[in-house]
Design a protein around this ligand. Structure first.
Ligand code: PEP
Ligand code: MN
Length: 281
């Protein structure tokens, strides 16, 4: 007689016990359904002018969620750290202007309540994938959570981090592949592990998106990796777009211009239907 046990360490995240896809709902937006969801905006919120220009540009070209970091987890303490709560206020202003829901990173468990007051989706960054107290607090906020892969994390460790959120009562989780540390930094910042997408689609019911900006570190590689992400079954993308990438305070070299984003979106609109998806025009 078959015994109905779930053999996976990540029993709630596993498809074994939950064969149907989980979809994440943000207002009317559904992530993990037939619509290929593009989230876009600057790496960091820098100023009102910068953010509103980025927000208008991505909204006009079919992005469905606006991204922007207010609390930036920078490798160096001397780099721009983000505008903090002022950045959150600007994101709320951009949401009011464009109607786009906003995703922004929370880097510390003490900031979860504050960030959750403004954000529609909480982003947990690569450096914090294993910050278990942060995962628990974020789960309890009741907000959808985008969980990035730690840049040194295995897929199993990543799923166990998602398991923390599920075990704390929140199943509104989007997994985001953003590249893993590479031995060859000459041409790319990270190795974008696109094989993780079909692996995750088999292993878990949670939606999966791809961040080709951090995944490659180079604006010219973003578009080919977006095509690839769509082809391997990702549910969407997280992309950095800056009104003037040459002036960006953070990650300008991997940010698309508004024109670059526009041509990417036109291409995705054509490529989505053969991949069984659609991209809003
Ligand atoms: C980001 O998306 O702004 C970011 C900091 O990415 P990651 O956590 O993947 O480095
Ligand atoms: Mn960035």
């Amino acid at each position: 007689m078959a015994v109905a046990t779930i053999n996976k360490a990540y029993r709630l995240a596993s498809r074994e016990g939950h064969p149907q896809d989980t979809v994440v709902r943000v207002g009317n937006l559904v992530i993990g359904g037939p619509q290929f969801v593009v989230m876009a905006g600057p790496c960091a919120v820098e100023s009102e002018d910068q953010l509103l220009a980025a927000a208008r540009a991505v909204a006009a070209r079919g992005a469905l969620v606006l991204r922007g970091g207010a609390f930036k987890p920078r490798t160096s303490p001397y780099d721009f750290q983000g505008l903090g709560e002022e950045g959150l206020r600007l994101l709320a202003e951009a949401r009011a202007l464009t109607g786009l829901p906003i995703i922004t990173e929370v880097t510390d468990s003490e900031d979860v309540e504050l960030v959750a007051r403004y954000a529609d989706i909480l982003q947990i960054g690569s450096r914090n994938m294993s910050a278990f107290r942060l995962l628990q607090k974020a789960a309890h906020s009741g907000k959808p959570i985008l969980l990035k892969r730690g840049f040194q994390a295995s897929i199993k460790e990543w799923l166990l981090s998602a398991e923390y959120i599920l075990a704390h009562g929140n199943d509104q989780i989007i997994l985001c592949e953003r590249g893993i540390r590479t031995h060859d930094c000459e041409f790319t910042r990270n190795t974008l592990d696109l094989a993780a997408v079909p692996v995750l689609k088999r292993e878990t019911h949670l939606p999966v998106i791809v961040d080709p900006s951090h995944g490659t570190g180079r604006a010219d590689l973003v578009r080919p990796m977006c095509r690839a992400a769509l082809a391997v079954g990702a549910d969407g993308l997280l992309i950095e777009v800056h009104p003037d990438p040459t002036q960006a305070l953070c990650d300008g070299q991997q940010s698309l211009s508004p024109d670059g984003f526009a041509s990417l979106m036109s291409e995705l609109m054509v490529l989505a239907p053969p991949a069984g998806r659609y991209v809003r025009g």
